[in-house]
Ligand binder design. Structure first.
Ligand code: ADP
Length: 236
């Protein structure tokens, strides 16, 4: 039977002595494509950090599948200018996704190099392996970072505002790629996005956050809900 990859039961997350996200319940199953939407400051990044294990729950229960605990979760952070100028080859950037599994060994193993190569192939960037990361286009950089994230695990990919900074053609290319990973390769997707007009056609579940969960359900249920109607406005 397929076990959930991540389960939150009435979970709270916060900083020091205040909670930013309260009473969140959700489940990410193999094959899911869950988008988290909400205004700025509603706690989306905090929830992601919690699921990634970067901050601990202050209440409730968070379950993460054993296989993800061992390998780490594939994560595509928001890109900062410093990351965009990273002086490394594509291959080095992708391989660094294996760091979570590497422990104290000083060199990458043969198996890790094979995983990195397979993921570069999967993302169509194998011929760019010796190119300098900072010379790539926005779309190629993003493919490299997705390949990197898949080196940790190909069960769940977490993306935080992934389309910011991409041009319209690269955005459509990105959605196509993610959909393929999700539908053909059963990679579960968890994405924070403001791009509701597009994600409504991509995701299967939506969670709308404003400190607590305002809505959690299927895309179809979201379209019918007061939140969906308000948030979607004239976007469709
Ligand atoms: P979103 O991703 O939806 O914009 P965030 O999770 O980034 O929301 O922020 C939610 C709230 O948590 C904000 O009020 C923000 O100031 C606060 N916050 C975010 N990060 C930290 C932090 N590291 N320390 C303390 N407060 C934080």
């Amino acid at each position: 039977m397929n076990q959930p990859l991540v389960t939150c039961e009435h979970v709270d997350f916060g900083y020091e002595n205040y909670d930013v996200v309260k009473d969140v319940s959700l489940e990410i199953n193999p094959g899911d494509y869950l988008c988290i939407v909400g205004e700025n400051g509603s706690g989306k990044s905090t929830l992601m950090k919690g699921i990634l294990g970067l901050i601990k729950p202050t209440g409730g229960t968070l379950f993460v599948a054993e296989e993800l605990k061992k390998s780490g979760i594939g994560y595509l952070p928001q890109q900062t200018p410093a990351q965009k100028d990273f002086p490394a080859t594509v291959e080095e950037v992708v391989l660094s996704g294996c760091l979570g599994k590497r422990g104290n060994r000083p060199f990458y193993s043969r198996a890790e190099r094979q995983v990195a190569e397979a993921n570069m192939k999967r993302l169509g960037i194998l011929e760019l392996r010796k190119s300098c990361y900072r010379d790539l286009s926005g779309g190629q950089k993003q493919r490299s970072l997705i390949a990197r994230a898949l080196c940790a695990t190909d069960k769940l990919l977490i993306l935080d505002e992934p389309i910011s900074g991409l041009d319209p053609a690269a955005i459509m290319d990105f959605y196509h790629l993610i959909r393929q990973l999700n539908q053909k390769e059963q990679v579960a997707i968890l994405m924070v996005s403001h791009d509701i007009g597009n994600i409504i056609h991509q995701a299967n579940k939506i969670l709308q956050l404003k400190q607590t969960v305002q809505f959690y359900g299927t895309v179809e249920e979201y379209r019918q809900s007061v939140y969906g109607k308000e948030f979607l406005g004239g976007e469709e």
